[in-house]
Design a protein around this ligand. Structure first.
Ligand code: FES
Ligand code: FES
Length: 182
C-alpha cells in the first residue's frame, strides 16, 4: 500500500485522508470529512457486518470496538479515528473459529432475525472487558461493587436494542461468556 494517496483530482477537493486499521488490516482512505465511521467501514471497506439501525445513537446496531472500547460508530466521524485500531464483528472470529462471545450467542439462541446481533456481540465483548477492568455501571455504583448479576449485564447492554426481544437469551449468553473468562 502506498504511503500516501495520489494528488487530489477536482472531484476529490474537500475530502480528507484518514488511516484506519480495521480488524488488523491497515487502510488509507480519502473521504468526505462528514462521513461517519459506520459509513466508511460499510461503504468504503465493504465490511457490512456492522448494521445501521437508527443512525442516531439510539439502537446500538452499529457498535464497534475502538482500541477495545465500544462505541456507536454512527455517532463518530471516520476522520476522528486517525491511527485507531477498530474491531468489527468480522474481526472477532471466523465461522470455523468463533469468538467465545459468538459461540455463547449461538449456544443460547441469542438472536432471532440477527440484525442487532453484530452490535450486541461487539457490545458484549466490550462490556465484559469493562467488568474485568472494574469500570463501574449504575448498578455497581448502587451496590458499591461490580457484580456478575443479570441486572448488571442488562444495565451494561441497555444501549443495544433488539426488536425481536431476544433479551433473556442475550443475557444468558453474555453471562456464560463472562463466567468462562473469569
Ligand atoms: S445505528 Fe448507531 S446507534 Fe443505531
Ligand atoms: S435478533 Fe432481531 S433485532 Fe435482535
Amino acid at each position: 500500500m502506498p504511503d500516501s494517496l495520489p494528488a487530489m483530482s477536482k472531484h476529490e477537493e474537500g475530502t480528507s485522508e484518514v488511516a484506519l486499521t480495521v480488524n488488523g488490516v491497515a487502510h488509507r482512505l480519502r473521504i468526505d470529512p462528514r462521513v461517519t465511521l459506520l459509513d466508511a467501514v460499510r461503504d468504503e471497506l465493504g465490511l457490512t457486518g456492522s448494521k445501521k439501525g437508527c443512525d442516531q445513537g439510539q439502537c446500538g446496531a452499529c457498535t464497534m470496538l475502538v482500541a477495545g472500547r465500544r462505541i456507536n460508530s454512527c455517532l463518530t466521524l471516520a476522520v476522528m479515528h486517525e491511527g485507531d485500531e477498530i474491531t468489527t464483528i468480522e474481526g472477532l472470529g471466523t465461522p470455523g473459529a468463533l469468538h467465545p462471545m459468538q459461540a455463547a450467542f449461538v449456544a443460547h439462541d441469542g438472536l432471532q432475525c440477527g440484525y442487532c446481533t453484530p452490535g450486541q456481540i461487539c457490545s458484549a465483548v466490550g462490556a465484559v472487558d469493562e467488568i474485568r477492568r472494574g469500570v463501574p455501571s449504575h448498578v455497581s455504583r448502587d451496590l458499591d461493587c461490580i457484580s456478575h448479576s443479570d441486572e448488571e449485564i442488562r444495565e451494561r447492554m441497555s444501549g443495544n436494542l433488539c426488536r425481536c426481544a431476544a433479551y433473556p437469551n442475550i443475557v444468558a449468553a453474555v453471562r456464560d461468556a463472562m463466567e468462562a473468562q473469569s
